[in-house]
Design a protein around this ligand. Structure first.
Ligand code: GLA
Length: 386
């Protein structure tokens, strides 16, 4: 855990220059999980869990990175950027490489970063890493790029350099978040609108299982492929279909026999999830919290039974939440196989719920969970120019 001034101090101990400072955000997602890479909709928000970056150019071709939270460093020649065994370094080097591919003449940089964004918890610390560094380099080297273009660049870097075929939700939310709002994003057109995240008597709280299964990275590309397989199969009958976005439940049912059972379930989940998101956005606008809670629970069931990206720890916490007076809904958040649940809780029940959930979870798994209160905030931003 580091504050902005800690990061500045660590930078100044190591390097001579006066750094640029960037504050990068994690994100939550209200609903719309595993829909982004299927051209669907998502409803995320940037939140007040941050990674702070101090960055300065150093006039050489060497770059020096220091990850303060885990006390690791990595140096590399900007003319020979290659993936290494440190995943965090790959997220940063990938951004530099993408900028070079755009023809941006870079120099080496010195960079120290760290903050209070929990890693591997489903709050997308990886997108926060990419986006904070990307915004820092854009500012240092005066790159002409909009925030949307920067989000796309970061996503390409994940695909091409890190090797993760992620959607655009995390990078988009980190960069384009706005205080008090969720973003309803159409991942096909990248059109978006802000929806006030006003929850009346309720609040969103996150509970971290503190478990991150290896499956999180290995199964993600499998799900991406399975969805594509479903699209290919339906395309035989409907040539106009480009993605699951173009397939209705009725079409899917009509051709169910042409699909392996597992592919059918994956596709049905995604199609229903887009429908739930539309309804959830209306519930938010109309203040219908009870129905919003039900939708979260339905999403969890879909992720558990049809998309199969849950885990015993996540299922336990969601079942506990479901049976708790004053909790309207809960589900796993993010890619799955660990990380956080997101819970819609009446304010007066919050303290008791968190206390009891943490006790029950410890009794069951012997693990101390953590909880977070988060606020939707303005996205990743430069906090001080050099
Ligand atoms: C991860 C990916 C996102 C999205 C979610 C699941 O966070 O990075 O693009 O696919 O999983 O909704």
């Amino acid at each position: 855990m580091h504050s902005l001034s800690d990061i500045v101090g660590l930078y100044e101990n190591r390097f001579d220059t006066h750094p640029l400072l960037v504050r990068s955000c994690g994100r939550i997602n209200i609903i719309g999980e595993h829909t982004d890479y299927n051209d669907g909709f998502v409803l995320p928000a940037a939140v007040d869990k941050y990674i702070y970056f101090a960055i300065g150019e150093n006039g050489t071709t060497e770059s020096h990175l220091f990850a303060a939270d885990i006390k690791q460093s990595h140096s590399f020649d900007i003319n020979k950027i290659e993936p290494c065994e440190k995943l965090w370094a790959n997220y940063l080097m990938g951004i530099m490489q993408q900028l070079q591919e755009r023809g941006v003449p870079l120099e080496g940089v010195d960079c120290v970063f760290g903050g209070n964004l929990p890693i591997g918890s489903g709050l997308s610390s990886s997108a926060a890493l990419e986006c904070g560094f990307a915004l820092g380099l854009k500012t240092l080297f005066q790159v002409e790029a909009s925030l949307v273009e920067l989000a796309q660049l970061a996503q390409r870097s994940s695909h091409q350099f890190v090797g993760i075929p992620c959607g655009i939700m995390d990078q988009f939310a980190s960069l384009l978040g706005r205080a008090g709002q969720a973003i309803k994003l159409d991942c096909r057109s990248l059109q978006y609108e802000y929806i006030p995240l006003e929850l009346g008597e309720c609040e969103l709280v996150l509970i971290n299982t503190k478990v991150h299964h290896e499956l999180a990275s290995s199964e993600y590309p499998v799900r991406v492929k399975e969805c594509r397989e479903g699209v290919e199969a339906i395309r035989q009958y409907h040539p106009e279909v480009k993605s699951l976005r173009d397939i209705s439940l009725a079409m899917l049912e009509e051709h169910r026999a042409a699909l392996p059972e597992v592919i059918y379930r994956r596709c049905a989940y995604v199609i229903r999830e887009n429908g739930r998101l539309e309804e959830a956005a209306i519930c938010l606008a109309e203040g219908r919290m009870e129905r919003l809670g039900e939708l979260l629970l339905l999403t969890h069931e879909g992720l558990r039974d049809d998309y199969e990206v849950s885990s015993p720890e996540l299922d336990f916490l969601v079942a506990f939440a479901k049976g708790f007076d004053g909790v309207l809904g809960a589900r796993l958040m993010g890619g799955g196989f660990g990380g956080c649940t997101i819970n819609l809780v009446r304010k007066e029940a919050k303290e008791k719920f968190l206390r009891e959930a943490s006790k029950a979870y410890f009794r069951q798994f012997g693990i101390h969970s953590e909880y977070y209160f988060v606020r939707p905030v303005d996205g990743t931003t430069v906090v001080r120019e050099e």
